[in-house]
Design a protein around this ligand. Structure first.
Ligand code: AVI
Length: 323
């Protein structure tokens, strides 16, 4: 696979974001996008196989059953861009359905070089596919793909796995509007969203018995140690997964098990944490189907169809860009 590295983030952006999040008055925060270094991406792949975490299997069932139906709605020729491809395993169903009707260009867009490499290994055997990856932020990558498309080609953007739920409410709308502004009328977005379900099922999904999600969460501190020379003692942080009824979101936090001061030299920071204080590391919103219809109408799309998994309430929606 050809991969273009588009340097979009300043080299010290990680340090700046860590500094900003840990200096917040009130709730301290770290952005969840930093989970996905090589270790975090590998841990996330294990999470996707855990019995408690039903999202990935739900989406695999949906795409394996409905990929042909989905691509049949799109007028050809189609170029595919995927935001946050991960290993690309679920994407295979869509790409194989498209490749049956046309040679297909596929552009995975990922911050993680290791995830891009996994994705290429997973998908390169598909007949008539050409893969050009972009190692960059989602919308920067999408701009690159859009700039390279030929007259008459439609874009199909895949945003799978319910990653949209990791943006907070307003940020998700702003993100979808910016995404829409890159598309032409008639282009499509296949958007996956995890739906509301009983709280016990959700909490188990984000606090699994093996402790993989706990390791994924703590790896954020380990990454700050590795890359910014910090001295977080991982044993001093408990993984916390709670459901926020008001925002209808799962939240992950890291809770300090003692009073402590942590140095993060490359962020120019010493941070004091009190016993029981938490660092908020992720939000994962759980949607209703109507909310998704409303979001499409607010961001310049029409929802053409929805496919729902009954076993683990989860929906894939096909949105078409409107004028
Ligand atoms: C990537 N994202 C949709 C996952 C989620 O469910 O919010 C990340 C994750 N966090 C904990 N487990 C999985």
């Amino acid at each position: 696979m050809l991969t273009s590295l588009i340097p979009t983030t300043a080299p010290n952006e990680f340090a700046l974001d860590v500094r900003h999040g840990l200096l917040k008055t009130g709730q301290k925060e770290l952005p969840s996008k930093y989970f996905y270094d090589a270790t975090g991406s590998a841990l996330f792949e294990v999470i996707c196989q855990l019995p408690e975490y039903g999202l990935t299997r739900a989406e695999e069932r949906l795409l394996s059953h409905h990929a042909k139906e989905i691509v049949d709605i799109l007028p050809g020729p189609v170029v595919v861009a995927e935001l946050g491809s991960g290993t690309g395993k679920k994407t295979r169903f869509v790409l194989e359905a498209l490749c049956e009707r046309q040679p297909t260009s596929y552009h995975p867009i990922e911050l993680s070089a290791s995830a891009l490499a996994m994705c290429e290994r997973e998908l390169r055997d598909i007949n008539c596919i050409s893969i050009v990856g972009f190692e960059t932020e989602y919308l920067n990558g999408l701009l690159e793909v859009a700039a390279r498309r030929k007259e008459g080609e439609h874009l199909l953007v895949l945003f799978l796995g319910s990653t949209i739920g990791n943006f907070d409410g307003e940020a998700s709308i702003a993100f979808l509007k910016r995404l829409r502004s890159i598309l032409w009328e008639g282009d499509a977005l296949l958007l996956a969203a995890d739906l509301e379900k009983p709280v016990e099922r959700l909490v188990a999904a984000y606090d699994d018995a093996l402790g993989v999600t706990a390791a994924f969460n703590r790896n954020l501190l380990a990454r700050i140690n590795r890359e910014l020379g910090a001295d977080f003692d991982l044993a001093q942080f408990a993984h916390l997964a709670i459901y926020n009824e008001q925002t209808r979101s799962m939240e992950m936090h890291l809770r300090a098990q003692s009073n402590q001061v942590v140095s993060i030299p490359q962020a120019g920071l010493q941070v004091a944490l009190g016993l029981g204080e938490t660092i908020w590391t992720e939000t994962s919103h759980k949607y209703s189907r109507n909310e998704l219809l409303w979001m499409a109408s607010q961001t310049g799309f029409r929802c053409e169809a929805q496919w729902l998994d009954q076993e683990w309430p989860f929906v894939d929606s096909l949105w078409i860009a409107q004028s």
